[in-house]
Write a protein that binds this ligand. Structure first.
Ligand SMILES: [Zn+2]
Length: 290
């Protein structure tokens, strides 16, 4: 998960008008059954019409797990579930946010729907989960939902994605230690489970990226030492410049793994962070510029 800036979202021509008329229909419903008919039927095409625009923000990657979505439909997840809340049987779902783009998250099928990973022996998927932190009051209408304290990490909140780190084997883990920051630890732990970030195929893809980043760091180290040696040996300026250029190229190639459009950029950034040292000031520069 990396930060997705919702402020950059564009809208197709006429979309805003469709949203307004859809929300008027929802508000006029007499009961939950009538709302369900609308949400399961004619209104669904309104949020689906925004899928391509949402995908542009993440370079066609799932906002939760960063898997490139190349051969599947883009799914628009409602961060606050629109029809029901699994953690609260009395809740009708956040139907008043069903057409609100602030509630839309582009998701792959595995993050969005419940799926069993038979190879890895795990299951997960967001479905209608939306737990709140202890003591947080759940909103039943649109007057105070922004005061809720959600458990699930939100890719549109810049402070949330860094709460999950990744180990070299591709496994996700809370960035914070439980004793130091129990809330962040709980949010990361629960999000890893609900978004099914431990899916075995996902772990394999992440470990490949982690290995590539580790190798790229090694190449930068080698290039930097060579550049230093040539400078200290008093070689001709063009030889020193060539070594410096090779070092810079290696840094650029490493940085590309963490760029927003790269698959599993959060893994690359996390691995780079773990490999920082006094001798690797270039990692700090890369991480600050991503
Ligand atoms: Zn996903």
């Amino acid at each position: 998960m990396i930060w997705i800036c919702l402020d950059n979202l564009g809208f197709p021509d006429g979309w805003a008008e469709k949203r307004i008329s859809g929300e008027q229909l929802l508000a006029a419903c007499r009961d939950a059954a009538a709302r369900k008919d609308l949400l399961d039927g004619p209104l669904a095409k309104i949020w689906r019409a925004l899928a391509e625009k949402l995908a542009e923000l993440s370079h066609d990657k799932c906002w939760y797990c960063e898997t490139p979505i190349a051969r599947d439909d883009f799914m628009v997840d409602h961060y606050r579930p629109k029809g029901k809340v699994l953690e609260d049987a009395q809740h009708p779902g956040y139907w008043w946010l069903a057409l609100d783009p602030r509630n839309f998250r582009l998701a792959c099928r595995y993050c969005n729907e419940r799926r069993v990973d038979r190879r890895g022996g795990t299951d997960g998927g967001k479905a209608a989960h939306f737990p709140l932190m202890a003591g947080s009051r759940r909103a039943f209408r649109d007057d105070y939902w922004e005061d809720e304290d959600p458990v699930l990490l939100d890719p549109t909140r810049v402070l949330d994605p860094p709460l999950i780190a990744f180990l070299s084997d591709g496994s996700p883990t809370p960035s914070d230690v439980e004793d130091d920051n129990p809330d962040s630890f709980q949010r990361a732990t629960y999000s890893i489970e609900i978004y099914h970030l431990t899916h075995s195929r996902l772990m394999i893809q992440r470990s490949l990226i982690a290995n590539q980043v580790t190798e790229a760091v090694r190449r930068v180290d080698v290039a930097y030492r060579r550049y230093l040696r040539k400078g200290q040996a008093g070689l001709p300026p063009d030889e020193i410049a060539g070594a410096r250029s090779a070092y810079r190229d290696a840094v650029d190639r490493l940085a590309a793994y963490g760029a927003a459009r790269s698959p599993y950029a959060a893994v690359a950034r996390s691995v780079m962070k773990q490999q920082r040292s006094d001798d690797r000031g270039y990692l700090d520069v890369i991480l600050q510029s991503l």
